[in-house]
Structures are given as structure tokens and as C-alpha cells.
Design a protein around this ligand. Structure first.
Ligand code: PAF
Length: 279
């Protein structure tokens, strides 16, 4: 496994590949868990060469504390990647990516960016799209892998590729869960013991919401979820939304033939957890 922190040396390596070689790419912000590893293993199966990037992208954080507290476990990450035979790891610093100009580009994603996470994390998706586009330019992947835990992010990346005419196939991968149902996230390591034992309530609520959905309309399911969290001693609901999978617009009434998904964001103290489920 080779680790590069400079763009020029990574590009040189990529240029050395024979024509026709498929490159699988998994962008990450490190603090790797089984969810990341499942994407990387899939990429290894489906491509000739696999590149993983580890870069905590400053421009996608709307809160300074969140950026500062983002877990950094680089040594362990590299051990995990080596153990599964990852080929190349890209670990740039912010200066290497942004130079002196740590700002994001302005994108238009036809409204996808204004829903849910977009409402609560200002500028987040401009930051994500800026770094993903930049990494695609550097890595030139054939296939790039993104987890469905960040479903809105996945839809926005797909839109980015279409709008900017990028030559890469985006592959969405199912959410990887702990045995008690909690969606895997790098932020989970920051949960206290009490918060960690409360957190599976999020997925349990999504499962129940899925059951109720279809027999009641979307509004009723939303009210039910809001009520479930109202008196919760540890978890605070930020939003619960039932949305059309393609447009991500909230749904009040269900139209047959359309695909819907329930989305949730919850605070456990300072730690923000998100999850979603297809309905
Ligand atoms: O999902 C993430 O970890 C990040 O948003 C990504 C795609 C690596 C961009 O920084």
C-alpha cells in the first residue's frame, strides 16, 4: 500500500497506470469504521486499483467546534486499510488542497441542497461538492463509492456528476449498522456510554415509522415520530422528514409509484447523528 500526501506524486502514480485500468475511489474523512471498510472492500472487488482519501474537509463544517472535535485516528486507519489490501491512500493537508484560499465553490443542485441537511448546515453541500469535485480531478476514478447514510449527499454527488459532465460512475452503498441498529458513523466514538446506549432508539423509531407509513399519511407519521422524541431524556430530534427519493422534497401525501425515504437528524448532547430508511 502506498500513501501519498502530495497531489503531484499521486497524480504521477495514477498517470503511470496502463490505459483501461479501472480505478475505484472511496473518499473519507478518516476515523474509519466497518461501514467505510465495506465500501472499500466493494471497491476492491469491482476495480483494478483502489484509492482511498483521508481528508477532514474544513469547508463542509458549519461549526468550528465540530471540525475541531472530528476524530483523527490516522495511524489506525492506515493499519485497517493495509489489512484489507487497499492499494493507495491519499492523505493531503488543507493547504495542499486549498492553498491559501480555504473556500468552497457555489453550486446549484436544483433544490436538492436546500432540503434537510441543507437547512440545518449552511454551506455544507457546497463544501462537500467542492472537495469531491477536486478529488475526482486528482484521482480520476472510474467508480466512486458513497454510503447511503448520507443519502442526501449521495444524491447531490450524482447531480454534480451529471451537471458538470464528470466521467465517473457513482455507486451508492447500503448503510452499515452496529448489531443494535445504530448506523455506523465516525461520530459514534464521541458518544458517552449513556448516549451510546440511547442511540439505537433512532433506528428503532425509523423501523416503526416504516411500519406505520402506508397505513397512515406522511403527516401522521411525522407527528408520531415528533411525539416519540418529545420527552426523550437523552436524544433531541432536529428533524424527521419523509421525502421523495429523487427530489428530496418533503411529502405530505403519498403518490403510488414514487419512492419515499424517511430521514432523521438527532442530537445526543453535542453530537449530531443522522440516519434514513427506505419506505
Ligand atoms: O461523507 C464524507 O465522509 C465526506 O462528506 C466526503 C464525501 C469524504 C467529503 O469530504
Amino acid at each position: 500500500m502506498n500513501v501519498y500526501s502530495e497531489i503531484t506524486s499521486l497524480k504521477k502514480r495514477i498517470k503511470s497506470f496502463n490505459k483501461g485500468i479501472t480505478i475505484g475511489f472511496v473518499p473519507t474523512m478518516g476515523a474509519l469504521h466497518q461501514g467505510h471498510l465495506s465500501l472499500i472492500k466493494k471497491a476492491i472487488k469491482e476495480n483494478d486499483v483502489v484509492v482511498v482519501s483521508i481528508f477532514v474537509n474544513p469547508t463542509q463544517f458549519d461549526k468550528k467546534e465540530d471540525l475541531e472535535n472530528y476524530p483523527n485516528t490516522l495511524d489506525n486507519d492506515l493499519l485497517l486499510l493495509k489489512a484489507i489490501n487497499c492499494d493507495i491512500v491519499f492523505t493531503p493537508n488543507a493547504k495542499e488542497i486549498y492553498g491559501k484560499n480555504e473556500v468552497s465553490e457555489d453550486f446549484n443542485f436544483d433544490g436538492l441542497e436546500f432540503q434537510m441537511e441543507g437547512k440545518f448546515r449552511k454551506g455544507h453541500f457546497n463544501g462537500v461538492a467542492t472537495i469531491v469535485k477536486r478529488l475526482f480531478e486528482i484521482v480520476t476514478p472510474t467508480n466512486a463509492y458513497f454510503g447511503e447514510k448520507d443519502f442526501q449527499q449521495l444524491q447531490i454527488i450524482k447531480k454534480l456528476v451529471v451537471k458538470q459532465n464528470l466521467n465517473v460512475t457513482i455507486i451508492g452503498c447500503e448503510i452499515f449498522r452496529e448489531s443494535d441498529g445504530l448506523a455506523m458513523s465516525s461520530r459514534n466514538v464521541r458518544l458517552s456510554k449513556t448516549q451510546r446506549s440511547a442511540a439505537p432508539f433512532i433506528y428503532k423509531t425509523l423501523l416503526k415509522a416504516k411500519k406505520i407509513f402506508g397505513t397512515k399519511n406522511a403527516d401522521k407519521v411525522m407527528n408520531w415520530v415528533e411525539n416519540e422524541f418529545k420527552n426523550h431524556p437523552i436524544l433531541k430530534l432536529e428533524y424527521f422528514e419523509i421525502a421523495d427519493e429523487k427530489t428530496l422534497k418533503p411529502t405530505k401525501k403519498v403518490i403510488s409509484g414514487e419512492k419515499y425515504r424517511a430521514f432523521i437528524a438527532v442530537f445526543a448532547g453535542e453530537i449530531r447523528l443522522i440516519d434514513n430508511i427506505s419506505l
